[in-house]
Design a protein around this ligand. Sequence first.
Ligand code: AMP
Length: 114
Amino acid sequence: MAKTIFKKIIDGEIPADILYEDQWCLAFRDIQAQAPTHVLVIPKKEVVNVAGLEEEDAELAGRLLLAVGKVAKELGVDESGYRVVANIGKHGGQSVDHLHLHLLAGRQMTWPPG
Ligand code: AMP
């Protein structure tokens, strides 16, 4: 199967504005920001989306959420608040088949989402 754009970022084949990295995760700015702060947090392991997580990924799933919290704190949006979104499959609006959490901040979010 062809590499996803996010796998190419993990492998250093295409550039990204990387804000955070640890042994499990990578966080970089979304190229088409939907808010003043828009960061994607992804696992280095190739997992298609939340639905593709297995029992063995339990730590990875937790590490992803912890990474979101760390990035939010580093960017200074932890007190004003932010939104974390995972788009899954067609109805979820997923366009890249590599698990990613959107961290959106810097403006008032609305509900329901589009
Ligand atoms: P989703 O629609 O939930 O699958 O989100 C995919 C996100 O990846 C979109 O918000 C895109 O703007 C973003 N994106 C696509 N290519 C890149 C890239 N090369 N660098 C950073 N973000 C990207």
